[in-house]
Design a binder for this molecule. Structure first.
Ligand code: SF4
Length: 346
């Protein structure tokens, strides 16, 4: 039944008034929420601590939309990419990334993306909609079950850097962080939650003001406006000065260091001059730097920088005393960069 609302998309007030209208006791709401956000129930019937009449009542009025698994691709390095069809027929992707000590879920917040970064698979998919909190959370629940089944472990980390620009789905992102980190939800430490943005200064400030805890990663990818605007059109709207100002504000409010993501693209942003510009920029805000090996995709003009170039680039930054991590491209063989499986499908 597609016309029933996903109950996870209702506000607390709406749920309360539904219970009041139906003469049900308010303490049942707590039980319902526990099933939804802690146990990740996929149906009302399985909510065994609720009386059958309430389960049937809820089932009559609401839905808990699951994700329909359309495709799975397992990479040689163990990353698993899932392509899901939503109840409305649209497609999203999520990735499960196991390493020795972690199981990380990478989830999407939009169908397609408005920002059109040149190196990105999702940027090639037309923006279709913001995901609801139900649709965001359903990915985590699916991946949590996969992680339990495959690795006998709960998810240890959540990165919100799949399809879409999370900060442009602000309210649902806020809710998602709350459901992931709160005791009433999955109770995952905010230190293990990373939100990755192309940089929307106004929203970064909003998050700073709310002082909500999570790691903020910024897709920088070029340290001067000319190059950044070329690969990330959003930079024409919010240039590096505006972005840095908001990041400094975020740091002053939260004392959370920013993570800069920098994809090294062959003969585009990989010279010593680029490294110097990056160092200058990174001096302006407490940060660490992730140098990411590019996952070349068919639809884009860029190629991965050579290993030698990468080493020189990283060495230069480390000599300047920056904390630099190299992120190996994972899942190269399975279209693991965001949007690539969906692109294939579409
Ligand atoms: S990198 Fe992120 S913001 Fe840019 S197009 Fe891809 S999904 Fe959108």
């Amino acid at each position: 039944m597609h016309n029933k609302q996903d109950i996870r998309n209702l506000s607390d007030v709406e749920i309360q008034s539904f219970f009041v209208q139906n003469n049900e006791k308010p303490y049942r709401i707590k039980q319902l929420k526990e099933w939804l956000w802690k146990k990740g129930a996929g149906s009302f019937i399985e909510m065994s601590s609720l009386p059958l009449n309430i389960r049937e009542l809820l089932d009559k009025h609401f839905n808990i939309h699951g994700l329909c698994l359309e495709d799975t691709a397992i990479s040689g390095d163990g990353s698993i990419k899932f392509l899901f069809r939503l109840f409305d027929g649209k497609y999203i992707e999520s990735v499960l990334i196991p390493t020795e000590r972690r199981v990380t879920a990478c989830i999407s917040t939009q169908v397609g993306c408005k920002l059109g970064c040149k190196f990105c698979g999702s940027g090639k998919i037309k923006f279709q909609k913001d995901l609801s909190i139900g649709e965001i959370f359903a990915q985590i629940i699916f991946l949590q079950k996969e992680s339990n089944a495959r690795y006998n472990s709960n998810l240890t980390n959540i990165v919100i850097m799949g399809m879409g620009e999370p900060l442009l789905n602000y309210f649902n992102l806020l809710l998602a962080i709350e459901k992931i980190t709160s005791v009433e939800g999955l109770n995952i430490s905010p230190q293990r939650v990373t939100v990755s943005t192309a940089g929307i200064p106004e929203i970064i400030r909003k998050f700073a003001d709310l002082q909500i805890k999570f790691n903020l990663a910024v897709s920088l990818h070029a340290a001067n406006n000319h190059k950044r605007s070329f690969i990330m059109p959003v930079n024409k709207l919010h240039n590096l000065d505006a972005l840095l100002e908001s990041l400094l504000y975020f740091y002053k409010k939260t004392y959370n260091k920013i993570t800069f993501e920098y994809i090294l693209l062959d003969k585009f942003n990989d010279t010593l001059q680029d490294a110097k510009e990056l160092a200058l920029l990174c001096n302006k805000v407490p940060c660490k730097i992730n140098i990411v090996e590019y996952n070349s995709i068919e639809l884009c003009e860029f190629q991965q920088a050579s290993q030698e170039t990468l080493n020189t680039f990283v060495e230069f930054l480390r000599k300047k005393n920056f904390t630099v991590n190299i992120r190996k491209s994972r899942g190269n063989d399975i279209f693991a960069a965001c949007g690539q499986l969906a692109n294939k499908k579409i």
